[in-house]
Unconditional design. Structure first.
Length: 496
């Protein structure tokens, strides 16, 4: 540790965001450009170099956090990049998109604000690109074995990069017209500019990974043809089967799934469209669902110029401090957190009918009502208790011209026929079944990421990609382990 007293003398300071009024007028990332590097060395000094670093345990990738904190505090960016990339293929993604369970597990967080691990990670990744520390790493020789990876989200990309670097010939199949999965069309530009994604894709191409876009396996390519052409297949399609809202009025025009709405806004940013067909401009918007996807819809609607935006969360408003009995350290606690989108809604007063940051907590949708033309005009809700039971006398209605459903995902989308075509067995909850080695019931076919684990975090997705790559490499090489496997298929986040 560079400064043994850093955690005592230096307060936590995070990467500052641009003023809400300024950033809500554009789609660039919300942070102040260039404001992270001047503060990050002192923030890395706050790391205590614990004898037992629980941040390792909280991070499914097993990131070597105390090591690269120390290197950043000494401004040894090349070594810090080497240690970071030793466990994480895409730290610029996690440094922007991960909710940082590592910070919840930081030992300093027992009684102080945690080290800004996520900011340090992002600074290292950005510095590595700036200084040229991340050149392509093509294999020295090819194995002669071939692998198809179906899906180009973080799991698929991590698996493909690991297997390519191990010498296998890898082709990634993506049903959309661009690589990236939900990082491309689900994550808004203001959370992660797509130039970061493009940079990694270019690196992977230079290493030898092949990409097949606009190709849905099971529809555009027969599943039998895929199995015959490749020595192994990795299913990493994600959990894209969205959950529905089963209430009267769901059929009204103007009620859409979040993943019908967000991709259109991303396509506007890509230059594919002049404007979104589902733009929130001038509309009163209600978002049903209190998670990150709902917050993404919120920030998008604010930027599109919605007349008002309200987000419904069925859970009660959490407190600002950890409940030590229910969620003791080092588990990831449910706390009141103010995302950039909620901060914008608060400062711009985008939801006058809701609480200060656009959220209505402990609220459940009863029904939707519309006008004579069949368009939604109102959402009727009721307050609920901790058991989600309606509270008498709390029913109310909100004006709603556009209702967005952000209720999560249940498993892989089965419309393309991939699951049925391959004959994959499913778990009762709809995810792909697999064994301890990530193998499905079909020989040579493996499954990883949200398609098999269920909806999870980007850091778990990358960890699964690295782990399934190790399993496939073992399968192709006859049993020898050459690649790291940070997680098993049944590993789960720490809980009390």
């Amino acid at each position: 540790m560079a400064d043994p007293k850093g955690f005592l003398t230096t307060p936590r300071e995070e990467w500052p965001r641009r003023p809400a009024e300024e950033r809500a007028r554009d789609w660039r990332e919300v942070y102040v450009p260039g404001a992270l590097l001047p503060i990050i060395g002192a923030q890395a000094d706050r790391c205590m170099d614990c004898g037992v670093p629980f941040c390792h345990e909280a991070c499914p990738l097993g990131n070597l956090i105390p090591e690269w904190n120390d290197l950043v505090s000494r401004a040894d960016w090349r070594a810090a990049s080497e240690r970071l990339h030793a466990t994480n293929n895409f730290p610029e993604f996690t440094g922007r998109l991960c909710p940082a369970p590592c910070e919840a597990g930081c030992v300093l967080a027992i009684n102080q604000p945690a080290v800004t691990i996520k900011n340090v990670e992002c600074a290292i990744a950005d510095k590595a690109w700036e200084e040229g520390f991340t050149p392509p790493r093509p294999p020295d020789r090819l194995s002669g074995r071939t692998v198809a990876v179906v899906g180009s989200g973080p799991t698929g990309l991590a698996a493909a990069q690991q297997l390519t670097r191990a010498g296998h010939t890898v082709a990634v199949y993506e049903r959309d017209d661009r690589i990236g999965g939900l990082m491309r069309y689900g994550i808004p530009e203001f959370k992660m500019e797509k130039r970061h994604l493009e940079r990694r894709i270019d690196q992977m191409r230079a290493e030898g990974t092949k990409f097949r876009t606009s190709t849905a396996v099971g529809r555009d390519v027969a599943t039998g043809e895929l199995r015959a052409r490749y020595d192994a297949v990795v299913i990493a399609t994600g959990a894209t089967a969205w959950r529905e809202l089963a209430v009267p009025g769901r059929e009204l025009a103007g009620v859409h799934q979040a993943m019908e709405y967000l991709p259109l806004a991303n396509r506007v940013c890509e230059g594919d469209l002049e404007g979104s067909p589902l733009s929130a401009a001038g509309l009163h918007v209600v978002i049903v669902g209190g998670g990150d996807t709902g917050a993404d819809c919120l920030g998008t609607a604010v930027r599109e110029g919605a007349a008002s935006v309200t987000q419904l969360d069925i859970y009660a408003q959490p407190g600002g401090e950890r409940d030590e009995e229910a969620e003791p350290w080092p588990t990831y606690p449910r706390l009141y957190r103010l995302s950039a989108a909620h901060e914008e809604a608060r400062d711009l007063r985008s939801a006058p009918a809701a609480d200060a940051d656009a959220r209505l907590f402990a609220a459940s949708t009863l029904r939707l009502t519309g006008d004579s033309e069949g368009r939604v005009r109102s959402l009727h809700l009721v307050g609920v208790d901790a058991g989600r039971r309606p509270l008498p006398g709390t029913e109310r209605s909100l004006r709603a011209d556009l209702v967005l459903l952000a209720l999560g995902f249940s498993g892989p989308d089965r419309k393309d026929g991939l699951v049925e075509g391959l004959g994959l067995a499913l778990e009762p909850r709809g995810t792909i079944a697999r064994d301890q080695g990530f193998a499905t019931n079909v020989p040579g076919v493996f499954a990883a990421g949200d398609a098999a684990r269920g909806q999870s975090l980007i850091v778990w997705a990358i960890a699964e990609g690295r782990a399934v790559a190790a399993a496939v490499d073992r399968h192709l090489s006859g049993g020898s382990a050459r690649l790291p496997a940070p997680v098993g298929p049944y590993d789960r986040p720490m809980t009390a």
